[in-house]
Design a protein around this ligand. Structure first.
Ligand code: XMP
Length: 509
């Protein structure tokens, strides 16, 4: 399959670049800038994209491409830092700007360009740089500018080298999608054969081959990844797949039943639902420290899973919902984004499986959702927002009790329902209620109350590593607040969390 290599120099939008390429129907992979040129050549990529990065080309420790990369005869597109590095390494001049350029700029084409041909001659673009290219290397010509950047794009069509100072992968860059299409289709000559249909067909075949006659086991969490992985595995091996769903009682309202309805009901998958709320609550009794709670929930989950899988006898392969960003992060090692949380679904290595099957290891999250929809999984599950493995265990602050879980579940359900009704669910990346455990004085009717506070959290974010608090309209907050205090017993006060991450985290524990 025709493939574009995205060489990662540490920029924050790098995975977005790979996704944009895939949106053009062309497969892309992300690899470290350290990947040796011989390997790149051997793997037969049709094009290479050099990403942005946090450093200046003048920093002693800044990563540098192997200059041979520019002489392989494979088209190269440098973006931001990638563009500056290309200019510097090929003999052009890069200078630190007096003022950096951050945010929106007007991009104006200044010469005929193979890369920008057919795109808007004047458009809005997104810039984020201090250094800029002053002089293009010999053989290149400048093809676009902005008010404060004379060389916003350059190219040497003879050598197949292209560079842009702006970020075409970012939504605000109007010609971004067109630029990627132009690069992968026209310049690299890629065939568009990355489609969800072909992915599903190939993956189902691969699972069949890998599994042979062995049975498969999958831990369902109710999350998007494990759900889609399970349905793919079921397409491949049917009844030889068994799913274990450990219901720890820390899910949101109605979620456990939804999992059962979809997997057992709709897909006729062998599903073992282990209802073990009491067991988890017993282990959590008296425990207040968040990290201890996380550890206990994680350990208990694995223990239940092990017990259940032993009952099944020979379990062959374990199906896991690992997705491409996890693969990239573990492969790059030095990536700026290091995942700090492990899903509760993580299995102990000593478990006796023939191996692990990871049907989603090539997909980005939005592709996983698309795959899920194509397999017929309902939207409410496929579009589900992220939910931490330890569930409400880390949203009831301090000791977790049945009473607090019940209150939180009800308040959270109202909050989610109102945001969905207000049409905000798609634009707020994560939103949930928290029970901080404090009680305060209120007045209801003629009487004094002394009840719990519910905190509402809502954030917008690209990668969940940083986040901004969502500007939910006051009238929506008002509706949520009056419904929660009116409908949920033992709650008399609602607050909205207006801290970004950092300094706060998204979850409260
Ligand atoms: P924080 O609170 O660190 O959360 O800003 C970032 C993202 O990670 C999720 N999260 C978790 N996910 N196990 C998980 O699987 C956990 O222990 C955990 N803690 C936080 C959180 O919901 C957010 O999406």
């Amino acid at each position: 399959m025709d493939t574009i290599l995205v060489l990662d120099f540490g920029g924050q939008y790098n995975q977005l670049i790979a996704r944009r390429v895939r949106e053009c129907g062309v497969y892309s992979v992300v690899r470290s800038w350290k990947t040796p040129v011989e390997e790149i050549l051997a793997e037969g990529y049709k094009g290479i994209i050099l990403t942005g990065g946090p450093l200046s080309v003048y920093d002693a420790e800044s990563p540098k491409a192997d200059p041979e990369l520019f002489a392989l005869g494979i088209p190269v597109l440098g973006i931001c830092y990638g563009a500056q590095m290309m200019a510097q390494q090929l003999g052009g001049k890069v200078s630190p700007a007096a003022n950096g350029e951050f945010g929106h700029s007007e991009l104006i084409m200044t010469a005929d360009s193979a890369l920008l041909d057919g795109l808007m001659p004047e458009s809005d673009c997104f810039m984020s740089h201090n250094d800029h290219i002053d002089t293009v290397p010999s053989g290149f010509k400048a093809t676009a500018k902005t008010a404060s950047c004379a060389i916003a794009a350059m190219e040497d069509t003879l050598r197949g080298l292209y560079a842009v100072q702006f970020h075409p992968e970012v939504e605000h860059t109007e010609i971004g999608r067109g630029l990627f299409k132009s690069f992968v289709e026209k310049i690299c000559g890629c065939e568009k054969n990355w489609t969800m249909d072909s992915f599903i067909k190939n993956t189902v075949n691969e699972i069949r081959e890998q599994a042979g006659d062995a049975p498969l086991l999958c831990a369902l969490s109710g999350g998007v990844d494990s759900s889609v992985a399970a349905v793919l595995a079921h397409e491949a091996v049917g009844d030889r797949l068994t799913c274990i769903f450990v219901d720890h009682g820390l899910m949101r309202k109605g979620e456990g039943d939804q999992v059962e309805r979809i997997f057992r009901g709709q897909f006729s998958i062998n599903l073992i639902r282990v209802n073990c709320q009491d067991r988890f609550l017993a282990r959590l009794k008296g425990v207040e420290d968040p990290e201890r709670k996380r550890k206990i929930i994680g350990e208990e989950f694995v223990r239940v899973f092990e017990e259940e899988s032993k009952k099944l006898g020979d379990v062959g392969y374990l199906v896991q919902g690992t997705i491409y960003p996890d693969v990239i992060e573990s492969g790059l090692g030095d990536a700026a984004v290091i995942k700090s949380h492990h899903n509760v679904g993580g299995m102990p290595s000593e478990m006796d499986f023939k191996g692990v099957i990871e049907p989603l290891r090539l997909l980005f999250k939005d592709e996983v959702r698309q795959c899920g929809l194509q397999l017929g999984i309902e939207e409410t599950l496929v579009r589900r927002q992220p939910f931490p493995g330890p569930g409400l265990g880390v949203r009831v602050l301090g000791e977790v009790t049945v009473e607090k879980l019940e209150i939180l579940r009800e308040a959270d359900a109202i909050y989610r329902e109102e945001l969905e009704k207000a049409g905000l669910a798609g634009s707020i990346n994560q939103y949930f209620a928290v029970l901080p455990g404090i009680k305060s004085v209120g007045v209801m009717g003629d009487g004094r109350t002394y009840d719990y506070t519910i905190a509402l959290r809502g954030v917008t974010t690209i990668d969940f590593m940083t986040a901004e608090w969502a500007r939910i309209p006051y009238d929506v907050l008002q509706k949520v607040s009056s419904r929660i205090v009116g409908e949920v017993k033992c709650v008399n006060r609602i607050v909205y969390d207006i801290t970004s991450k950092p300094p706060a985290t998204i979850e409260w524990e």
